[in-house]
Design a protein around this ligand. Sequence first.
Ligand SMILES: Nc1ncnc2c1ncn2[C@@H]1O[C@H](COP(=O)(O)OP(=O)(O)OP(=O)(O)O)[C@@H](O)[C@H]1O
Length: 186
Amino acid sequence: MPKIILLFSGKRKSGKDFLTDHLQKVLNDKCEIIKISHPIKSYWAKENNLNLDELLSASKYKEQYRLDMLKWSDEMRGKDYGCFCRAACQNAADNTVWIVSDIRRKTDMKWFKENYGPLLKTIRITADEETRKERGFDFQAGIDDVASECDLDDYTDWDLVIDNGRNRQKLEDQIDSILALLTYGI
Ligand SMILES: Nc1ncnc2c1ncn2[C@@H]1O[C@H](COP(=O)(O)OP(=O)(O)OP(=O)(O)O)[C@@H](O)[C@H]1O
């Protein structure tokens, strides 16, 4: 059982992987990165005979299957909104800090609150559209205007909001602001 769980949310190319990977390096063996998309991608890769590592990385390959995976996973969520959150947590190692790097929906938030409420800290990563475009973001109807990208846009109860766009602070300061959330937790 973790002592604290950090839930990260942010739009495409806001820098969720970048910041959580750095945080993991700082926390070293105290933490575990959990991706809700992992059980989705591993099932999808198996069913369609695809390369799981490529699907998990920030490659073009992943973009190719994003829409299909989204449709399928929405159907699964319709039956059980916690199915992927639960599968991702079941596979997680028993570590002090869990970093969930891809919270996308109000139902993800709901599931974590119901199951791990007192342990949670929530973090929203933001970045201006121009910066996201420089990082490879290209608006796609059906992906960027649906729930998986937009459902948490009107959520306001974040413990921390980090600007990772043009006006961002230095990486060390960004990481320090996250570590400050842990001070009383571990
Ligand atoms: N603060 C930063 N400084 C330099 N490069 C950054 C920064 N933040 C993100 N990047 C780069 O921008 C690209 C996109 O970032 P990243 O993959 O972390 O975004 P993401 O939010 O996880 O995107 P997706 O939702 O598509 O998975 C990566 O190449 C990453 O290295």
